[in-house]
Design a protein around this ligand. Structure first.
Ligand code: NAP
Length: 330
C-alpha cells in the first residue's frame, strides 16, 4: 500500500515538475507589470504575475492621478491600478499575491523560490518590481516609522487631521503629499534642502497658493523628536549654509525624497547601473541575460511615470513573445 502511495506521489511530483514550468513570469504588480500581463495574455502566453506585497505599486498610493491619458477628470491611483489588474485578468493572466525570496538566473529555465515554499520555473521573466521610497537614514526616523513618521501621505494622512505635519523633499511626490495632507492637517511645512523646487510648475503653483502650506528653504531634517516618547513631537532642522539648528514642533513627518529601485533580488546576477537600476539594451527591455526583460521604474532612473511604465511593460511583453518564438536569435 505504501509503495503504491509513493509511486502515485512520485508521479504527481514528476507531472508537476514537467508541467509547472511557466512560459512567462512577470514580477511586480504596478502599471509596468499589469500592462506586460495584458499584452502577454493577449498574445497567448498565459503569464503568471507575482504581485508582491504592495499590489498596484506606487501608483496605488497616489490619491489622484491627473496625467494618465484617458481620464480627463483624473483618477484615484488605487482605482487605476485595479482597472489595469482587472484588464489583465480578463485576458487570462494569472495574478497571485506572492513574495519571491530568491531567483536563480544562471541558467534557463529560471528558478524562483516563493515565500510559501513553492518553486516556479520559467522560460522568460519580466522584472517589473518598481521602486520604493527612500528614507533620510536617521536613527530617530527608523525608530518612529509608523509612530508619526511615514512615507505615504495617502495611507496615513487622515491620522493627522487638525495636526501640524512636516513634509521633507522638493519633488513632485513632496508637493503632492503636501497638497493631500493640507486637506486634513492644520498646517503643512515643506522642508527642502535647496531654495528651488524640482516639482512640476503646476504642482508648485498649487502648493504656493495653498494657505496651509509653508516652506522652509535650504534646510535639512537632522533629528526627529522624540524616540523616547515613542511619538513625533518635532524636528531639528539644520540650515545648509549657516549650519544653524532650530527646532520645529510637529506631530507628523512625511519623508518624500525619492525612490530606489527594488533590485536586491537580482544583485550579482544581472547588470545594474551605479544607482542599482537594471540596465536594458537601448530601445528595448532586454537585460544582460537572454530571456530576462525589465520594465517600469526598476529600469528607469529618468522618467518614472505610470504611463512610461505601462509603455515599457507592453514592450517587455512583446520582447518576451519574440524571444520565445525566436530563441536562436539571441
Ligand atoms: P525626485 O524627483 O527624485 O525628488 C526628490 C526630492 O527629494 C528632491 O527635491 C531632492 O532634493 C530631495 N532629496 C533627495 N534626497 C534627499 C535627502 N537625503 N535629504 C533631503 N532631501 C532629499 O523624487 P519624487 O518626487 O519621488 O519623484 C520621482 C519621479 O516620480 C519624478 O519623475 C516625478 O516627476 C514622478 N512623480 C510624478 C507625479 C505626478 O506626475 N503626479 C507624482 C509623484 C512623482 P533636490 O531637489 O535638491 O535633489
Amino acid at each position: 500500500m505504501r509503495l503504491i502511495a509513493s509511486i502515485i506521489a512520485c508521479f504527481i511530483c514528476l507531472t508537476y515538475a514537467l508541467f509547472a514550468q511557466e512560459r512567462l513570469v512577470i514580477l511586480g504588480g504596478g502599471p509596468a507589470g499589469y500592462t506586460a500581463a495584458i499584452y502577454a495574455a493577449r498574445a497567448g502566453l498565459s503569464p503568471l504575475v507575482l504581485e508582491g506585497e504592495e499590489p498596484g505599486g506606487q501608483i496605488a498610493l497616489s490619491y489622484t492621478v491627473d496625467n494618465f491619458p484617458g481620464f480627463p477628470e483624473g483618477i484615484n491611483g488605487y482605482a487605476l491600478a485595479t482597472l489595469m489588474r482587472d484588464q489583465a485578468a480578463r485576458f487570462g493572466a494569472r495574478i497571485k499575491e506572492s513574495t519571491v525570496l530568491s531567483v536563480d538566473l544562471s541558467y534557463r529555465p529560471f528558478t524562483l523560490r516563493l515565500s510559501d515554499g513553492r518553486t516556479v520555473t520559467t522560460e522568460t521573466l519580466i522584472i517589473a518590481t518598481g521602486a520604493s521610497a527612500k528614507w533620510l537614514g536617521l536613527d530617530s526616523e527608523q525608530a518612529l516609522i509608523g509612530r508619526g513618521v511615514s512615507s505615504c501621505a495617502v495611507c496615513d494622512g487622515l491620522l493627522f487631521t487638525n495636526k501640524e505635519v512636516v513634509v521633507v523633499g522638493g519633488g513632485d511626490t513632496a508637493l503632492e503629499d503636501a497638497l493631500f495632507l493640507a486637506n486634513y492637517a492644520s498646517q503643512v511645512t515643506v522642508v527642502h534642502r535647496r531654495d528651488t523646487l524640482r516639482a512640476s510648475p503646476y504642482l508648485q503653483q498649487k502648493a504656493f497658493a495653498h494657505p496651509n502650506i509653508h516652506f522652509v528653504w535650504n534646510s535639512e531634517v537632522v533629528q526627529i523628536e522624540d524616540p523616547e516618547e515613542g511619538k513625533v513631537t518635532g524636528v531639528a532642522i539644520r540650515h545648509v549654509f549657516t549650519h544653524e539648528i532650530r527646532y520645529l514642533p510637529t506631530q507628523g513627518v512625511f519623508v518624500a525624497i525619492g525612490h530606489q529601485p527594488n533590485t536586491d533580488l537580482f544583485k550579482n546576477q544581472i547588470h545594474l547601473d551605479r544607482n542599482s537600476y537594471i540596465q536594458t539594451r537601448q530601445g528595448s527591455t532586454h537585460t544582460t541575460i537572454p530571456g530576462v526583460f525589465a520594465a517600469g521604474d526598476v529600469a528607469d532612473p529618468h522618467y518614472r511615470q505610470a504611463v512610461t511604465a505601462a509603455g515599457t511593460g507592453s514592450m517587455a511583453a512583446m520582447d518576451a513573445y519574440h524571444f520565445l518564438n525566436n530563441p536562436t536569435e539571441e
